[in-house]
Design a protein around this ligand. Structure first.
Ligand SMILES: NC(=O)c1ccc[n+]([C@@H]2O[C@H](COP(=O)([O-])OP(=O)(O)OC[C@H]3O[C@@H](n4cnc5c(N)ncnc54)[C@H](OP(=O)(O)O)[C@@H]3O)[C@@H](O)[C@H]2O)c1
Length: 299
């Protein structure tokens, strides 16, 4: 007979405010894990499916917030968060408010101050997963805020994703990690699309070329770690070659893309960063030395 974990025994009542694609996935997962779940959404029809599965629909956001010790908020953006928080303040004392709406570190820190003034513990979270990943091993959620509040509610929150990571006490830090990671995502995807446009211009199918890119990425862990170490140390050995070599290669890459009529604006920016660093006498440094220019754009 399988042994029961703390999470198996956890039946903490939970409220979910916001039932878009993500809020619905969160509420569904809480219900499936046996939590009495109260839900509220601005447009009431979105609660119907959840009510049919056993959720309780609250008549208002304050009623919903009052119903559970753990209140999870997941709406479009911080404007929506502000509108909802304006109405629920009196219902929050003694509760843990977990805001899983994406936002900036400054917005998270402001919400934490607001929650403290209203007697609630505030955890900010970032979701690096699709709604269909919630409740599975692919669910990746980051949290920051008071450690005791996280630990008290950790068993419940772990139901949402296989990778549930507590970053630290500063409420803004989960958003820092979240924004940093989605930045890697967006910049990688746009670079990938430029690359697929290039091979497409040569009549090479994207699916034919994709394995070369995935293979290159799967071998990149060591380089990424070395670049992080160089950044921490402020010492930039020639990772993937010295900047002087990158400068020459970059000219050829720009020419190749231009010949196929592909946008080179971002590459020209990268080239200008390299040129500036080389001109400053750092041509023997590695690519990671560009961080000195990125973090200091006006000088
Ligand atoms: N979907 C994803 O793949 C994904 C992945 C990672 C993170 N996230 C994050 O999860 C959050 C929610 O995303 P989602 O996919 O659930 O978005 P969504 O499907 O577009 O739903 C948006 C939700 O916000 C509510 N809302 C918008 N403005 C409001 C306001 N002024 N007052 C009250 N409620 C308001 C909507 O209510 P109505 O139904 O009344 O319009 C709806 O419940 C976002 O911050 C997003 O970045 C989403």
């Amino acid at each position: 007979m399988p042994s029961m974990s703390a999470a198996d025994n956890d039946r903490t009542p939970v409220t979910v405010l916001g039932l878009g694609a993500m809020g619905t996935a969160l509420a569904t997962t809480f219900l499936e894990n046996g939590h009495p779940t109260t839900v509220w959404n601005r447009s009431t029809d979105k609660a119907e499916e959840l009510v049919a599965k056993g959720a309780v629909r609250a008549a208002s956001a304050p009623d919903a917030a009052a119903a559970s010790p753990l209140v999870v908020l997941c709406v479009l953006d911080h404007h929506a968060v502000s509108e909802i928080l304006d109405t629920v303040g009196d219902a929050l004392p003694g509760r843990v408010l977990v805001n899983l709406t994406s936002g900036t570190p400054a917005q998270a820190r402001a919400a934490a101050r607001w929650a403290a003034e209203h007697g609630a513990d505030y955890l900010d979270g970032g979701i690096l997963a699709d709604p269909q990943d919630i409740g599975t091993s692919n669910g990746f959620l980051l949290y920051s805020g008071p450690q005791d509040a996280f630990e008290t509610r950790e068993a419940t929150l772990k139901a949402l994703g296989g990778v549930t990571t507590y970053i630290g006490t500063d409420a803004g830090q989960a958003a820092v990690y979240f924004m940093a990671l989605i930045g890697v995502g967006y910049e990688t995807w746009i670079s990938y699309l430029h690359t697929l446009a290039l091979v497409g211009a040569e009549n090479i199918k994207a699916t034919t070329f994709a394995p070369f890119v995935t293979g290159m990425f799967s071998g990149m862990n060591e380089l990424l770690t070395a670049m992080a170490r160089a950044t921490d140390d402020g010492y930039y050995p020639p990772d993937a070659g010295p900047l002087g070599v990158h400068a020459a290669l970059m000219d050829d890459l720009i020419a190749t893309r231009q010949a196929s009529g592909i946008d080179v604006e971002r590459l020209e920016h990268v080239k200008s960063l390299i040129d500036r660093r080389v001109a400053e006498g750092h041509g023997a440094d590695g690519f990671s030395s560009l961080i000195e220019t990125i973090g200091n754009p006006s000088t």
